[in-house]
Design a protein around this ligand. Structure first.
Ligand SMILES: [Fe+2]
Length: 205
């Protein structure tokens, strides 16, 4: 089983507005506010984790800058996903999933024409690729996946697992580390997992 990195299902949908007659007025507004709050907080945490990890991997200042941008913008393509899908409280249909799975491509498309952000666009495009080639959108394998994408994938998953959401508490960090370790060599680059776990152990010491 793979670690589900980000709220690709709409599990984070807002609760009903207490069944009051205000529900109709609040419903179109509250889910978007909640979603933006969650995504922005999540993006900032992923960027912080990715920068830490990038430093421990010896990335240059310029590579760290590109990594931070890729981490902050990795899910920007979800802005193009219909609100009805992002806020859907139940499981997504196959058609809805196929739209959701286009967010890396859409995010990359938003960035690729910005001069200087070509590598960031490429990293955003590949953030759901998996080390064993079973990811999307291209099924890239191993080191053909940009390094920034491989780093973001680990940090994204860890952040998603440990963060409280409206419908469930975040998992303890120790469990999230175990899950990341378990997925080394399948979902994640094992060298990056080693560095991530070592960084966690140093922080806990
Ligand atoms: Fe994503």
């Amino acid at each position: 089983m793979a670690v589900e990195a980000t709220p690709d299902t709409a599990e984070g949908a807002a609760p009903a507005a207490n069944g009051s007659h205000d529900h109709g007025r609040l419903a179109p507004v509250f889910p978007r506010r909640l979603r933006d709050h969650w995504l922005e907080g999540h993006a900032a945490e992923v960027a912080e984790l990715a920068l830490d990890l990038g430093r421990s991997l010896g990335l240059s200042s310029f590579e760290l800058l590109e990594l931070e941008l890729a981490a902050r913008l990795h899910d920007v393509g979800k802005r193009a996903v219909p609100e009805s899908i992002l806020s859907k409280p139940g499981p997504l249909s196959a058609a809805e999933w196929s739209l959701m799975r286009r967010h890396p491509e859409w995010g990359s498309g938003m960035l690729v024409d910005v001069p200087g952000l070509e590598a960031v666009a490429e990293a955003v495009h590949a953030h759901h690729e998996r080390w064993d080639g079973s990811g999307y959108p291209l099924g890239l394998r191993g080191e053909r996946i940009p390094l920034a994408s491989r780093i973001v994938a680990v940090c994204d998953a860890f952040s998603a697992m440990t963060t409280d959401r409206p419908y469930r508490a975040g998992r303890p960090e120790i469990e999230a580390f175990d899950e990341v370790r378990r997925c080394a060599g399948s979902q994640f680059d094992p060298a990056i997992v080693d560095a991530f776990v070592a960084r966690g152990e140093r922080a806990a010491a």
